[in-house]
Design a protein around this ligand. Structure first.
Ligand SMILES: Nc1ncnc2c1ncn2[C@@H]1O[C@H](COP(=O)(O)OP(=O)(O)OP(=O)(O)O)[C@@H](O)[C@H]1O
Ligand SMILES: [Mg+2]
Length: 359
């Protein structure tokens, strides 16, 4: 049994931060952060990288700035957008979310800006759009990269002149909403290929919040697992399941999570449902998590939004070291041989990375 980021007895988030910024950054899975921004509310996580995001949320919230939230699918972009809203002076106003990728193009304009009666066939009554509904609050434009070019111009007008007109209406209405947009595609690439307006891109990208993928903040995994277990127990009707075994948690930490927090949430719910005993064991986890799809763990595909090379290498390295130690029952001589290192080097690495074996 190892305690690689997963020993429940080890207060992962209370580890004393390493002395320097450089140490803090290089300490990989054990990176810690001194304080938790208030705006995180019920958001689960203690990793330095997530806390950095929410520190920016705190600052953005106090302004009226437009913000762009980027990150892979399922990382928690919508949670970030809601946190901006809730920590802002607009918190008492509405939070209106529009998924630009989910609404058919023909309907999107009316959905966003509304229409006058008789504006087009079928427009039997005046309809208020989401921009108007978000008055006094926040308009969250999810998958903003999917916005058709014609609507990009109209959004630009909202951002620049704070005004808009419903379809078929000559009235100019005031747009009193803060815009937060999200994307999991590379908008700069979309600008380069001409599918996204450069001026709109710069208007949206006033403040950028990059939500890191789960594999780059694995110290959040034990907390998230606990949270999802608590939430799912009664829903799934498995109050008898007390928790998760260290071995199963180890597998969750080592897995690459291409679907990020959403995939973790679903995995926990499924494992809870299938658990054969009082604890979730490795056997209750899907094959891809158990390591049969290990190539996923060391996916070398550069994510759309880019990556942090040093952190990616660190987590790759930690994963291999952990596997070697697990396989050899923490025999450091044999593990070192498996990794082509000498024992002293491995021991030094374990110290630096603070990888300890549970008693
Ligand atoms: N830090 C977190 N704490 C608790 N729950 C989280 C956290 N991050 C994500 N989740 C949960 O994971 C799921 C996915 O989050 P969210 O919808 O915000 O992701 P997203 O980045 O907007 O995904 P997509 O790109 O697919 O729209 C949600 O159920 C959300 O509540
Ligand atoms: Mg989303």
């Amino acid at each position: 049994m190892t305690d690689f980021a997963t020993n429940a007895a080890l207060p992962l988030c209370d580890l004393t931060p390493p002395a320097s910024e450089d140490d803090r950054r290089s300490s990989g899975v054990f990176a810690t952060h001194p304080s938790r921004p208030a705006c995180m509310g019920a958001v689960i996580g203690c990793s330095a990288r997530l806390l950095e995001v929410y520190e920016i949320v705190d600052r953005v919230a106090r302004s009226e700035c437009t913000a762009l939230v980027t990150g892979e699918s399922g990382t928690g972009k919508e949670l970030v957008a809601r946190a901006i809203h809730e920590a802002s002076d607009r918190a008492r106003g509405p939070f209106v979310a529009v998924n630009c990728g989910a609404i058919p193009e023909a309907l999107l304009e009316s959905e966003l800006f509304g229409h006058a009666r008789g504006a087009f066939t079928g427009a039997v009554a005046t309809k208020q759009g989401r921009v108007a509904q978000a008055a006094g609050g926040t308009l969250f434009l999810d998958e903003v990269g999917e916005l058709p070019l014609a609507l990009q111009v109209k959004l630009l007008r909202v951002l620049q002149a704070h005004e808009f007109s419903p379809i078929g209406d000559t009235k100019v209405l005031r747009a009193d909403c803060r815009v937060v947009a999200a994307t999991n595609v590379d908008l700069e690439a979309a600008v380069a290929e001409g599918s996204f307006r450069e001026d709109l891109y710069y208007r949206l990208d006033v403040v950028r919040l990059e939500v890191p993928p789960l594999r780059e903040r694995v110290e959040d995994i034990p907390l998230l697992v606990e949270h999802f277990l608590d939430r799912a127990r009664s829903r799934v009707g498995r109050r008898d399941v007390e928790g998760i075994s260290p071995a199963a948690l180890d597998l969750l930490v080592a897995y690459g999570w291409p679907g990020n927090v959403r995939e973790l949430e679903n995995t926990i719910e499924r494992a809870l449902l299938l658990a054969r005993g009082p604890q979730i064991e490795p056997g209750d986890l899907p094959a891809r998590v158990k390591g049969l799809g290990s190539e996923q763990r060391f996916d070398t595909k550069l994510p759309e939004v880019g990556t942090d090379l040093r952190r990616a290498v660190e987590s790759f390295e930690n994963g291999l070291i952990r596997q070697a130690l697990d396989r050899t029952g923490w025999n450091k001589n044999r593990a070192a041989r498996l990794l082509g290192l000498n024992r002293t080097t491995l021991v030094e690495m374990l110290k630096r990375k603070r990888l300890l074996r549970a008693s």
